[in-house]
Design a protein around this ligand. Structure first.
Ligand code: ADP
Ligand code: MG
Length: 400
């Protein structure tokens, strides 16, 4: 499905009878650096060419009115009295942004907003950060306020953590806001600094959805993982004063503490320590334009997620192995929190079509499941999209 600003503006003016202004935010995929963010570590995501569009126009009664074209649903509330009271629906994401902006001291006046996106919902490509950042961009413009990227990302993260109640790290919102086309973003989740890295022109990032939703038993496992990591981190911290977060730990530090933690904690922590190293090695490979090495590191990261972090599943493992058998595939790994979801694959441009067909056919033959595959472009984040649109965002007269 394509979404375009002109059509979104049209929908908005027909619904609200007012001229709107449009803002866009992309989706994202994580190339490498899984489960490192909440221990102050390194991640390397990029924005991808799906988008959420937010069209906004003012209203005078102090109310916020959100309409989602995706859900065909409208929700409104009085801004001044908005508390931490989500209703467990799509509207919590944009309403959470209103709440978080006000917490940040940004004035939010009455408005109508139309939201429309083509990011697959709940597929691990962060439609949630996309809708949050698009909403924040629109409301900041309406307030005449500019926020630096860390604060913008943090407002959106607070919307998701505190208003929606989903405990995500900062990666999604940060890259959706701050990415730059043709670049991956190496984000230091403790310092909140980032570096943009070149992606070779002759490869494509292909995302394959295993169609396995996080299973109930495994979601319990997800909670266990964080507990196991935190328990291990506490042991290392007590033993080695220089280690504040696992980010600071080496394999030697872990080995020295091995007999004071559970086997599970040791393996989970080992994944995180080695994963931070892999992100740095990936940086070197990208700077050298060495896509073969980068692909090899991706697979090593998959093996670590599978064996040490125990957060893959049979279907995703199969999808990775099928991908690696194809010509022109440099690397493949599970992406996202785990226990299902998508793989990210690095594929030679000329081979992408054949790759997608072969992976779909192989997965169907092996497990009887139809995978969805997306060939992605490393895309601009919301701030770069805004800059590219000029100082004023795209506007359209009502009824035009
Ligand atoms: P993911 O971020 O992986 O897509 P999440 O469960 O974190 O999955 O977020 C998906 C939710 O975000 C949707 O179910 C919906 O509530 C909200 N959302 C995303 N895009 C839109 C949109 N265009 N309109 C309204 N709500 C949206
Ligand atoms: Mg999400």
């Amino acid at each position: 499905m394509t979404v375009d600003a002109a059509r979104a503006l049209q929908v908005h003016s027909e619904r609200f009878g007012a001229e709107g202004k449009s803002f866009r935010a992309p989706a994202r995929v994580n190339l490498i650096g899984e489960h490192t963010d909440y221990t102050g570590g390194l991640v390397m995501p990029m924005a991808i060419d799906f988008q959420t569009i937010a069209v906004v126009s003012p209203r005078q009664d102090g109310r916020a009115v959100f309409y989602s074209e995706n859900f065909g649903d409208e929700f409104s509330f009085e801004i001044a009295t908005l508390g931490l009271d989500g209703r467990g629906e799509w509207s919590d994401y944009p309403a959470g942004v209103v709440w978080a902006l006000r917490q940040e001291g940004v004035p939010v006046s009455g408005f109508n907003m139309t939201l429309w996106g083509n990011v697959p919902l709940g597929a691990g490509l962060s439609s949630s950060a996309s809708v949050e950042v698009a909403t924040a961009m629109a409301l900041l413009d309406a307030a005449g306020v500019e926020l630096p990227i860390e604060r913008l990302a943090n407002v959106c993260r607070r919307a998701e953590n505190e208003f929606v109640g989903a405990k995500t790290g900062i990666m999604d919102q940060f890259v959706v806001a701050g990415a730059v086309a043709h670049r991956a973003m190496l984000l230091d989740c403790r310092a909140m600094t980032f570096e943009l890295l070149p992606l070779p022109e002759d490869v494509r990032v292909v995302i394959c959805n295993s169609m396995v939703k996080h299973r109930l038993a495994d979601v319990a496992g997800y909670g266990d993982r964080r507990g196991e990591v935190e328990a291990g981190q506490a042991v290392v911290r007590a033993e080695r004063p220089a280690v504040e977060l696992l980010r600071d730990a080496t394999l030697d530090d872990l080995a020295a503490c091995a007999d004071r933690m559970s086997v599970e904690s040791l393996k989970r922590c080992r994944h995180i320590v080695t994963e931070n190293t892999r992100v740095l090695e990936s940086r070197e490979a990208l700077l050298a334009g060495d896509v073969e090495t980068f692909g090899g590191i991706m697979y090593a990261a998959h093996v670590s997620m599978r064996d040490d972090f125990a957060a893959s599943c049979e279907e995703v493992d199969e999808l990775v192995e099928i991908a690696l058998q194809q010509d022109g595939c440099y690397g493949a790994r599970i992406t996202g929190g785990g226990f299902g979801g998508c793989t990210v694959n690095l594929v030679k441009v000329a081979e992408t079509e054949v790759f997608v067909a072969a992976v779909k056919a192989g997965y169907k033959a092996s497990l009887g499941i139809d995978a969805e595959c997306f060939v992605c472009e490393p895309s601009d984040g919301a701030l770069a999209l805004l800059r590219a649109a000029g100082s004023s965002a795209t506007t359209l007269q009502a009824g035009a």
